[in-house]
Design a protein around this ligand. Structure first.
Ligand code: COA
Length: 517
């Protein structure tokens, strides 16, 4: 990303980045800006999957919390980079967090019950704020590339919930980030739905439709402090595709080829949404060597694969709420953002994840499961039913409303000691009603039009490897003897998880252990 030019004076920076002159006297230090924050306040910060987060004021809040009683409720778009969640947690500066996180230190504090975490559909947070169903935002802290002549805020690499936070907050602190190129101006499309019950439809008819403004309009008087920063976004932590994720991608590509052959999809498919993480990114990479052309994305996070697909000439347009890239990809993309800009839009997350738009456009939603059960219920969030991993994020917004809802997972985790397909999921994020396809490296189960007993046969047969396959068929046979629309042996439904907790593996017998070795 571009640095400040050595010959760039503070005056030039101010002219380019704080275009409303009367706001220039609000420039201050992070420490001084943090002094606006009071104990017990609810703070809304920019940041979505490590992109466009406020980077220096939160750390100054953490510093204060080391020496005085200062605990905030923190709302963001999604997860943060720059160790912001970690630092606030370690300083004891956070009592409540929503709607998403992905930080190991914060995760541990949540699982110890020290920080109250509200894991929420990402499209819903600002709806609840707007209607005063949850605590109002006192102060918003928003990263921006610039403030316009009218005092409007131009965000950086994410929009997330920033627009509504700034509009709804009493006061706003801006972090102007000089490492973020002014070329980003024009990328954002800020649209705020009107109040209900007389709300109009969100007028997006195609992924490339622009329906709002390029900056967040607020009364400039609300801006109480402006801090100049030069900290870059944290790089994404996803791993490159491996053999299993490549197999998952290949099964999906073959499935889509059949859908095209049978006339249910055309060769440009439908707009694609891909979830966060290594698996979703790898699945999208699989489209590079596919026969599909003129693809589009209507997604939430745009990861490396989006730009690989652009470069491969496969993708025509991508709409998201943030751009989160690996270090290398970030350099390549942001050095040359002009190359992609007319094919990209960043929207507020309530619009990128809007049920109405997802249903209208007919998305193919591809999200990731921690575990799935034999009937197709999905757990995306809770390890062994109790311990939070990250959160549901936008996966529920998309899965419920998509044209086709796909969940991908590796069939095993932790070296085979855990089966990702289990008799009954220990926590339900997505019910069987919202899941059309389950795919693992073993194969793909097309569940459309199937009743529970048929779904179980398909999932076990197509998605599970031995010895878990035999174990699941044995469970299903025993359950079917008991009968029911969705047969279970309730006292054994969580036996696999209990066994893992007690013995360190879900495998049942010595023979299974030998077979797996
Ligand atoms: N039980 C326990 N742990 C499991 C598991 C299971 N059934 N399946 C996977 N894991 C562990 C892995 O071992 C890995 O652990 P590690 O970090 O200690 O190595 C971790 O979960 C991540 O798994 P990985 O296979 O690397 O997948 P990923 O990076 O693609 O992430 C999710 C998968 C489910 C955690 C991630 O996609 C997520 O948080 N999803 C929910 C939010 C979401 O879908 N958002 C998208 C909306 S647009």
């Amino acid at each position: 990303m571009p640095d400040i030019q050595p010959d760039q004076s503070m005056q030039q920076i101010q002219e380019q980045r704080i275009r409303l002159p009367k706001l220039r006297d609000r420039i201050t230090t992070a420490t001084h800006a943090a002094s606006w924050i009071e104990d017990g306040m609810t703070i809304g910060m920019s940041g979505f999957t490590r992109a466009g987060d406020a980077k220096v004021v939160p750390l100054a809040i953490a510093e204060r919390a080391k020496t005085e009683k200062l605990k905030i409720s923190l709302m963001t778009g999604a997860s943060l980079g720059n160790d912001v969640d970690k630092t606030l947690t370690e300083a004891g500066a956070m009592s409540r967090r929503m709607p998403f996180q992905a930080d190991p230190t914060l995760r541990a504090a949540i699982n110890r019950g020290e920080i109250m975490y509200v894991d929420q559909h990402l499209s819903e947070t600002v709806e609840q704020l707007r209607t005063r169903q949850i605590n109002a935002i006192d102060i918003a802290i928003i990263e921006a590339i610039a403030i316009t002549e009218d005092g409007a805020i131009i965000p950086t690499t994410s929009v997330g919930n920033s627009a509504s936070f700034a509009i709804l907050a009493d006061q706003v602190i801006i972090e102007i980030n000089l490492t973020q190129s002014l070329e980003l101006e024009g990328l954002h499309d800020i649209f705020i739905p009107k109040h209900r019950p007389r709300r109009e439809p969100v007028p997006i008819m195609a992924v490339s439709d622009r329906i709002g403004s390029t900056a967040i309009s607020i009364p400039p008087e609300k801006i109480v402090a402006i801090v100049i920063t030069q900290k870059t976004d944290s790089a994404s932590t996803i791993l490159p595709p491996d053999e299993e994720t490549a197999q998952i991608a290949s099964h999906l590509v073959n499935f889509f080829k059949e859908e095209v052959r049978d006339g249910r999809l055309s060769n440009n498919l439908m707009p694609l949404q891909a979830g966060i993480g290594t698996i979703a990114n790898a699945v999208m990479m699989g489209f590079i060597d596919s026969p599909f052309e003129h693809l589009t994305m209507y997604s939430e996070v745009l990861q490396d694969s989006t730009f690989d697909l652009f470069d491969a000439g496969k993708l025509d347009f991508a709409s998201g709420s943030s751009i989160t890239l690996s270090a290398q990809k970030s350099n390549d993309v942001f050095q040359d953002i002009a190359k992609y800009k007319d094919r990209l839009i960043l929207r507020p997350q309530e619009i990128s994840n809007h049920p109405e738009v997802i249903r209208r456009l007919g998305l193919i939603a591809i999200n990731t499961a921690l575990e799935a059960d034999i009937y197709g219920n999905i757990n995306s969030t809770h390890v062994l039913g109790t311990h939070m991993m990250n959160g549901i994020g936008g996966s529920g917004d998309f899965a419920r409303n998509a044209y086709l809802s796909v969940f991908a997972t590796k069939s095993i985790a932790k070296g085979g000691k855990i089966s990702s397909i289990v008799p009954m999921v220990t926590h339900v994020d997505h019910t069987e009603h919202d899941v059309d396809i389950i795919v693992t490296e073993i194969g793909l189960a097309d569940l459309r039009g199937l009743a529970p007993r048929e779904r179980a046969q398909k999932i076990i047969q197509n998605c599970v490897a031995e010895p878990y396959k035999a174990m699941l068929f044995a469970y299903l046979r025993e359950a079917e003897v008991r009968g029911g629309h969705t047969p279970h042996v309730l006292e054994k439904a969580y036996a696999w998880h209990s066994r893992y907790r007690e013995t360190g593996t879900m495998l049942e017998t010595l023979e299974h252990l030998k077979a797996a070795a």
